[in-house]
Design a binder for this molecule. Sequence first.
Ligand SMILES: [Fe+2]
Ligand SMILES: [Fe+2]
Length: 289
Amino acid sequence: MENLNENELSPLSSLDVWEDDVLKRYPETGPAKKKEEFRNYDSPEIDGVREFYRLNHKYQTYDNVLAKKANFLKFDKMEMPWWKAMEFLNTLVDDSDPDISLDQLQHLLQTAEAIRADGYPDWFILTGFIHDLGKVLCLFGEPQWNVVGDTFPVGCAFSDKIVYPEFFAANPDIHDERFNTKYGVYSHHCGLDNVHMSWGHDEYLYHLTKDYLPEPALYMIRYHSFYSQHREQAYNHLLNAHDREMFEWVDKFNPYDLYSKSPKAPVVSELKPYYEDLIAKYLPATVKL
Ligand SMILES: [Fe+2]
Ligand SMILES: [Fe+2]
């Protein structure tokens, strides 16, 4: 897997293409169009999304997750102040259409400002601001499908409620008896804390913040791309009562992530002092990536 070519590393022209596709799947109002309707026309972006999920579903195995945790949860790559890390994330530039799309920092500020405008507590606002920081994984050379995309449990059967479920046919775990049953290595209502999720920016940022933010914030960070659960309840058999309670916060957070995008770019310099204060209130002086 280490010998991936450029197309396998970056099937999407930018990470935003995945999020735009999620937005099409779960539009803000009205019933979602059937998935097929979105796949029925020729478009390089749709092809990129398909290829992205093909790779994601093939390579997100139980062993992949354990290997990524062993590597990235050492946090031995870089150390810098949190705001600097946000700027570092922003060096992930969208090379497809820089005129139309917002950069990472602008998406994060729009998410956070929308939460702030609705009067939520400051830790919720901070969560909105940092929720995608884990995408720095891309800057460490990780392929896009190990950074973004819908997340799902590994170590048990893949739900057919996950987008493009047919691509799991190429995942070797489906032939492994330890992993290919409904519960796999888990048990009834064992709780998500005992479940390995597919690797990506959500899980990584959870580990970067778990000692500092209130629990609802940690759930929002850790499960914000777990669409097969928060939209389709595909894994109720693994959640415990506490997870179900906490998922109300994940549900609260999700619309801000998906629907706060607006073409009006926030002015970073005006907002920076407020967010620097929030960071200082909750997070240590530096983050070890
Ligand atoms: Fe995200
Ligand atoms: Fe996001």
